[in-house]
Design a protein around this ligand. Structure first.
Ligand code: CDP
Ligand code: CDP
Length: 208
């Protein structure tokens, strides 16, 4: 039987961290759907350049393969920005729907995290969480992560990137970032990772 947990929220809110822990706890599979857009964004930067010509981006979105999600060069700030630009193209989103729905409906349970999982990809998900945190807290966390990975970056630069991406993601016409009406809100601003994970597990337990 399938059991679907949909986790949405803005950049660096802790979606991935919570999703991984929840999937490990319940033995569910996990898909970080942001990686799909990052794969397309990275390929577009590499083969088209910063102009991101929509027709060619759409073509690239038909060529995404599961093994592309394993690439190690998807977490850079440049790829994040390109991902959010290509993610605003409706045809790109449409080309990635089937893969996500098939993943979600596997037997044994699945956790998917992104921006439109509870609203568009899996509107009938068994549990929906909207994970968020203050903009400054999210920028601090992402800055620390990028710094630890050796990226040449500054807190101010990461903050500006997060704000630009949230704005683009929230204001686009196609599947904008919005909390699903029936989602549980998880504000992790003042929570440790352990607290956020424990709260998510309690919410899911209550539905099982
Ligand atoms: O997936 P998303 O971009 O929403 O965020 P993430 O990659 O799970 O988390 C971003 C960073 O915040 C990671 O380095 C986490 O370890 C950290 N984090 C945290 O410090 N406290 C939390 N409650 C959740 C995440
Ligand atoms: O980890 P973080 O929250 O910083 O970003 P991500 O989840 O890897 O997503 C990168 C970009 O992909 C986002 O800024 C969105 O523009 C896009 N995205 C989307 O449109 N829909 C999703 N379901 C997941 C990501």
């Amino acid at each position: 039987m399938s059991f679907i947990v949909a986790i949405d929220g803005p950049a660096a809110a802790g979606k991935g961290t919570v999703s991984k822990a929840v999937a490990a706890h319940f033995g569910f599979a996990h898909l970080d759907t942001g990686l799909l857009y990052r794969v397309v964004g990275r390929a577009a930067l590499a083969s088209i350049g910063p102009s991101l010509d929509p027709e060619r981006v759409i073509e690239l979105s038909t060529e995404v393969k599961p093994e592309d999600l394993e690439r190690t060069d998807l977490r850079t700030a440049a790829v994040a920005q390109a991902a959010s630009k290509v993610a605003a193209i409706p045809e790109v989103r449409a080309n990635l729907v089937t893969f996500q729905r098939e993943f979600a409906n596997r037997s044994g349970g699945a956790v998917l995290d992104g921006r439109d999982i509870g609203t568009v990809i899996c509107p009938d998900a068994d549990v929906k969480l909207f994970v968020t945190a203050s903009t400054e807290r999210r920028a601090e966390r992402r800055f620390k992560e990028l710094e630890e990975r050796g990226e040449d970056t500054s807190y101010e630069g990461v903050l500006a990137d997060v704000i630009a991406r949230d704005k683009r993601d929230s204001e686009r016409e196609s599947a904008p970032l919005i909390a699903p009406e029936d989602a549980h809100l998880l504000d992790t601003s003042d929570m440790s990772i352990a607290q956020a994970v424990a709260e998510a597990i309690a919410i899911i337990d209550a539905k099982r």
